[in-house]
Design a protein around this ligand. Structure first.
Ligand SMILES: *Cc1c(COP(=O)(O)O)cnc(C)c1O
Length: 499
């Protein structure tokens, strides 16, 4: 072996510079070209696998990195579904802010491990500042504890674990769910709650049977009278209620639970009040935010998702817990007197991860690039565009408008000669709209997803997209109607006399 090592994975500065500059040029062109590309080519798995040559075995010898990077860019630019496209409105998915792309590159370059402060002094402090700024935007106390995690699911689960330890009434971390003063734990949330709650109940050992699914009223927000009654009944039965989850913008329709009322019930019943604000929490920063949403400031914990309405590249979720000690209580394995000698945050004590990437940088950069006002403007524009869409579909005779809340609008295609009402017609409309959605998603003209409201299959556009313009929104009703007519015609020929 030579004295100097020449590891095959190392790159000389000049080579790195040349490949990097070239890649950045290609990315800039790609971003520029998005509006002229289809959202997706709608290719089936075999086509993708063929393009990748997926059955090829790993080669013994290495490959020129310049060629590799070019090929990877070709594969991704030519065979992806672009959720950074101006016409992507599916699920709750945001385009990545360009500054976030650069932030991720920089974070990787320094390769900080933000598990412990002494491994990442500046990165840890940037994360702490980012968490404080997010709390500030929400109106949540900036003295809270918090950290960046992979997304909304993990942010909610981290808060859920803090709640379990704080409110179980015995040391659930040590004794588990069958030791100590074990009682049947109970979780309360509305039927509209995201599936993270099942995963949390399952992964944390509480079990999904512990969830009390509280019915919703007409506006799809939690019925707080039934919430109160259920908590009382469970306490009388000897169970241990520990957490109520309010949703600040449901994933289906953007419905907002009555958070002030839930806060009051939690205080009176001594329960942990958690808010899932993964989608809508950040809208609490808007000057005209509703009091229902704003009351997330009263919660014991809040989950928000910077990779949604802060437009950070995946992955970035954020868990905020009012009392930082409750986070340490749930995750730290150091006794409180063991502090590494410095008075600073060691993030491994605040969440499940040990080694951690530097997720905060991309968020920290974007927050400063646009400031509070910049975000207020972008969120308000997204909400206004969803409102425009709702108005447009309400005017279009072949479309039936359902809901508009935050930046989600729901609607469906109804052939003009069909009156909804009978069970048979509803079944037909569900099938028609399901097929319509599949075709629309594969067409590449625009991308939306669905919601089910009162058993009705609805089309759903969620605009968390700083690239979407009014012109994009105005195009959608006609696209939907055209595909709707097409599907209706085919379905009727297939089932003559059925409708
Ligand atoms: C998106 C979302 C989640 C899950 O967040 P991920 O970032 O996808 O893990 C949870 N709750 C709500 C309300 C959401 O909109």
């Amino acid at each position: 072996m030579n004295k100097q090592r020449a590891a095959p994975i190392e790159m000389k500065a000049d080579e790195f510079r040349a490949i990097g500059h070239h890649l950045l040029d290609r990315i800039a062109d790609f971003l520029d070209s998005l509006p002229t590309r289809p959202v997706t080519k709608g290719e089936a798995p075999p086509a993708i696998r063929e393009a990748l040559d997926s059955n090829r075995i790993i080669s013994d010898l290495g490959t020129d990195p310049a060629k590799l990077i070019d090929r990877a860019a070709d594969l991704l630019f030519d065979h992806s579904l672009f959720n950074s496209h101006p016409r992507f409105w599916g699920y709750v998915t945001a385009p990545a802010a360009p500054i976030g792309l650069l932030g991720d590159l920089l974070a990787s370059a320094v390769n900080q491990n933000t598990g412990a402060w002494f491994l990442s002094p500046m990165a840890s402090e940037i994360e702490a500042q980012t968490v404080r700024w997010i709390a500030e935007l929400l109106g949540f106390p900036t003295t809270c504890g918090g950290l960046l995690v992979s997304g909304g699911n993990m942010a909610n689960i981290v808060c859920f674990l803090a709640a379990r330890q704080a409110k179980a009434g015995w040391d659930a971390r040590v004794a588990g769910l069958h030791g100590g003063e074990t009682k049947q734990l109970r979780i309360y949330c509305s039927k509209e709650t995201h599936t993270w709650v099942q995963k949390a109940a399952d992964m944390c050992g509480v079990g999904t049977d512990a969830i009390r699914w509280i019915p919703t009223g007409k506006d799809l927000s939690m019925d707080t009278v039934q919430l109160q009654n259920q908590i009382r009944a469970d306490k009388e039965a000897g169970d241990r209620p520990f957490i109520v989850i309010g949703t600040g913008g449901s994933v289906g329709t953007g419905a907002i639970d009555n958070l002030p009322k839930i806060a009051k019930i939690c205080r009176a019943e001594d329960l942990w009040f958690h808010v899932d604000g993964a989608y809508g929490g950040l809208a609490a920063m808007l000057p005209d935010a509703s009091p229902e949403l704003r009351a997330l400031s009263e919660a014991d914990s809040v989950a928000v998702d910077p990779h949604k309405w802060l437009y950070a590249p995946l992955e970035a979720g954020c868990a905020l817990v009012r009392d930082p000690e409750k986070l340490r209580d749930a995750f730290a394995y150091h006794p409180p007197y063991f502090r590494f000698g410095v008075e600073a945050i060691n993030y491994l004590d605040y969440g499940p991860q040990n080694s951690r990437g530097f997720r905060a940088l991309k968020v920290w950069l974007a927050l400063q690039q646009v400031g509070r006002k910049g975000y207020e403007q972008m969120l308000a524009d997204d909400i206004r565009l969803a409102g425009e869409l709702y108005e447009l579909v309400a005017k279009q005779p072949e479309l039936e408008a359902f809901t508009h809340s935050l930046s989600i609008a729901t609607f469906r295609y109804v052939p003009p000669d069909l009156k909804s009402g009978s069970e048979e017609t509803e079944e037909y409309l569900n099938q028609l709209n399901t097929e319509l959605l599949t075709r629309l998603q594969n067409s590449g003209e625009a991308y939306i997803s669905n919601a089910v409201i009162d058993g009705k299959f609805c089309l759903r556009a969620c605009i968390v997209n700083f690239r979407t313009s009014l012109a994009d929104i105005e195009a959608l009703p006609e696209i939907v109607s055209r595909i709707g007519r097409e599907v209706d015609k085919e379905m009727r020929t297939e089932t003559v006399g059925h409708v």
